[in-house]
Design a protein around this ligand. Structure first.
Ligand code: ZN
Length: 278
């Protein structure tokens, strides 16, 4: 059995990714996910010179990059083209992903008004989303950029909007409607732990699984805790990862801890399984 997981990285939020290559290299972390700022001010700062510098650093350290969109995809579909700057930002993000040779873009699907009947409203919103997604995917295909849709936490029942992508069935529906190698799934362990569960998500969507965001919580709120400090069943998660032979990327989204420590913790679960087998 090989050492799992092989590709571990972390997310960089509101900070320059350039500042993290040395750290990542030193700790054998293989990937940096760039979490773009909400107002997109960051996007304008990726000029040609900076992109060249980032590409050089990435090459020297053999570290790969990805982008995390700061808004959900359906927001880019909310108004007409000219009135909605988000569609432009989405296109710019896809081009930036291409230019920094990003392995993928992480995106959230969006939200929907559940009233008057949740499952019907949900389906309608998903159908609308799929139509829009196809246009986005055309642009992704042109630029050879993969989009990964990420699962989210189920929001409080008193909310007037619910989130798409908080249930396995949402993804099942989308993937049944869209067949593209530029559309994949990102499993967020913390979000799944507040919903139908990490193992169920893994089992149901393994065919489309491209990367994993990992962090922990108590199953009730999205705390982004360190690995092992919540109720995510890490050992069974690791077993399942081995069983489905997932060789993709693990990105730490644990907050307020050093990413290499989260990486050590997650590796320990895989190590336990390995030792058990010898
Ligand atoms: Zn995430």
């Amino acid at each position: 059995m090989n050492h799992f997981p092989r590709k571990i990285g972390f997310t960089v939020y509101n900070e320059k990714p350039e500042d993290y290559f040395d750290y990542a290299f030193e700790h054998k972390l293989k990937h940096i996910e760039i979490n773009l700022e909400k107002d997109y001010s960051e996007l304008a700062r990726f000029d040609k010179k900076r992109v060249r510098k980032i590409n050089k650093l990435a090459k020297e350290t053999n570290i790969k990059l990805s982008l995390h969109l700061p808004f959900s995809l359906d927001e880019a579909n909310a108004f007409t083209f000219r009135k909605n700057p988000k569609i432009l930002h989405l296109r710019e993000s896809i081009l930036l992903a291409k230019n920094i040779k990003a392995t993928h873009i992480i995106a959230h699907i969006g939200r929907f008004e559940w009233y008057p009947v949740e499952h019907l409203s949900r389906r309608k919103a998903l159908e609308k989303f799929v139509k829009f997604l196809l246009t986005v995917l055309d642009f992704c295909e042109e630029n050879k950029v993969v989009i990964c849709l990420e699962n989210l936490i189920p929001v409080n029942e008193s909310a007037d909007h619910y989130l798409l992508g908080d249930k396995i069935d949402d993804f099942k529906f989308i993937f049944s409607q869209v067949e593209s190698k530029f559309l994949k799934f990102c499993l967020d362990t913390g979000h799944a732990n507040c919903g139908e569960g990490v193992l169920k998500f893994l089992f149901a969507l393994q065919d489309k699984l491209d990367c994993i965001h990992y962090h922990d919580n108590n199953g009730l709120s999205d705390e982004h805790k360190q690995v092992g400090e919540g109720t995510v069943p890490w050992l069974n998660f690791a077993k399942k990862i081995i069983e489905i032979d997932f060789k993709g990327l693990f990105i730490s989204e644990c907050r307020n801890v050093e990413p290499h420590k989260s990486a050590e913790l997650i590796r320990e679960y895989f190590q336990q399984i390995k030792e058990h087998h010898h």
